[in-house]
Design a protein around this ligand. Structure first.
Ligand code: SAH
Length: 454
């Protein structure tokens, strides 16, 4: 029997999709249901049908799942930031464990025995040290910041977010007070007019340093001195204020140009006992405490010895490689963003690390070059963005023949795809540890150790 739109069926939620929606089976078809919990039995209204599946919506819960908890955020259902405010953290961790395990075993061909227990986070709110808040006007014409609704460009006005460090709250208030007083125009992405685009905040949790960056469709702001003065006056931990200019018609948040309105344009955090400088355009892990755990696992997997050569591909500001540099003879980091490489070099200098070299290039191209230069790394670290590694990079890395490959991934599906390619190139997974860096979302990180197959 086919499913009909608007028809209501009673069914039990049996699993989650990778996006965190509930799945139930109705008349043999999979139905995806947002905000559902595995174990719920509910009346589900079909809202959209496709050939082999449908989308549904909970009309009424008949029996509630044991995993359910009361969401502690007023806009959980409208905002696209969190997926799991309605189930316990234990249930969320088991979803993440299964997500990694399913991907690695089904796509990656990895044995289930090498996948270890997920490392959970002690804090599942206030952990984010970075916020990029779209600026909008509410119904009364007041300037607000907010969050995008799921899969949309509609901004839901909200000045507080439970995932972000509460340190941001005061900065948000001061910024909004200034923006409303100074009557600065708000960017309109349809008309491509107006000035204020995003309020971008970063916080170094260990050193208590705050960065405020305003992303604007302009090179300067009305009354920008007043803004800086107000921020400096009220925020003792404020280290820098930056104006980032983005005049492009794009979804990319930041533009290339930064101008310091106050301070040096960066903050400094401490990670694994080293100091790292963070500028608006360079990558830094958003959950500092869990990043430290992630890097500890990566270091254990890398198992480095004095005199060895370590290559850190997709190195960002150099954090992973530099945190292991005292264990090796030579460290080479590769990263594509110039500002991040600049930061990586400064980070090495600042921490008196003299055995490191950083190259600004595409990882796949740089690997070919290093191989041609007859560099023979003992260990290669890979930490690519979500889309994973280039297939050409995988064969070059295998040709370089390192004893160990440590792959840090933020996407289980591309990790699994790449692991399979590595297997075809003579490397197999010996350990895999999922790490939860992003509580209350479906995202999960994973560190994998690969060695040469016999
Ligand atoms: N290892 C770092 C950064 C990981 S994020 C850390 O833990 O902090 C992934 C990094 O890969 C980003 O800094 C991004 O700019 C970089 N990147 C993306 N595509 C790349 C490519 N083709 N070649 C090299 N680096 C790339």
């Amino acid at each position: 029997m086919e499913l009909k739109k608007n028809e209501i069926y009673t069914s039990e939620i049996i699993d989650y999709t990778t996006e965190g929606n509930g799945i139930c089976k109705i008349n043999g078809a999979a139905v995806f249901v947002p905000n559902a919990a595995v174990g719920d039995t509910a009346e589900i209204r079909i809202v959209k049908t496709e050939k082999k599946f449908a989308y549904g919506k909970i009309e009424k819960i008949i029996t509630s799942s044991h995993d359910r908890i009361e969401p502690d955020c007023g806009i959980f259902r409208q905002c696209g930031g969190c997926n799991f405010r309605h189930i316990s953290y234990e249930a969320e961790l088991s979803f993440k464990q299964k997500r990694v395990s399913d991907a690695l075993t089904r796509i990656g061909g990895v044995g289930v025995d090498v996948i270890e227990k997920i490392v959970g986070a002690p804090e599942n709110s206030g952990y984010r040290n970075k916020a990029q808040l779209p600026i909008t006007k509410d119904r009364d014409g007041k300037i607000r910041v907010g969050f995008f609704a799921p899969r949309s460009h509609r901004v839901i006005p909200l000045d507080r977010c439970a995932l972000q460090t509460p340190v941001f709250n005061k900065a948000i208030d001061i910024f909004l007070e200034w923006a409303n007083d100074a009557k600065v125009s708000v960017y309109d992405e349809v008309q491509h007019s107006g000035v204020l685009r995003h309020l971008y905040l970063r916080y170094a949790a260990k050193t208590d340093e705050l960065m405020v960056c305003i992303v604007a469709n302009a090179d300067s702001l009305r009354k920008e001195k007043m803004l800086t003065e107000k921020l400096v006056e009220s925020l003792p931990n404020l280290k820098t204020v930056v104006l980032n200019t983005n005049t492009e018609k794009t979804n990319v948040i930041t533009g290339k140009k930064c101008r310091n309105l106050y301070g040096d344009g960066y903050i400094t955090d401490e990670l694994c006992g080293l100091k790292f400088r963070i500028s608006p355009l360079s990558f830094y892990q958003v959950n500092r405490d869990q990043a430290e755990k992630l890097y500890e696992i990566a270091a254990e997997f890398a198992d480095l010895k004095k005199g060895e050569t370590l290559v850190d591909l997709y190195c960002g500001t150099g954090t992973i490689g530099l945190s292991m540099s005292n264990q090796v003879g030579k460290l080479i980091g590769v990263e594509i963003i110039p500002q991040a490489i600049e930061d990586a070099k400064k980070n090495a200098e600042r921490n008196n690390i003299i055995n490191s070299e950083f190259i600004c290039a595409d990882a796949a191209l740089a690997a070919v070059k290093l191989h041609k230069m007859k560099i023979v790394p003992d260990c290669i670290i890979l930490d690519p963005p979500r889309k994973g590694c280039d297939s050409s990079l995988i064969s070059t890395v295998a040709d370089m023949s390192p004893k160990r490959i440590v792959y840090v991934s933020c996407d289980p599906a591309t990790l699994a795809r790449d692991v399979k390619l590595f297997a075809e190139n003579g490397y197999h997974v010996v350990r895999a540890v999922p790490v939860d860096m992003f509580p209350r979302t479906t995202h999960v990180e994973c560190v994998v150790l690969m060695t040469k197959s016999d």
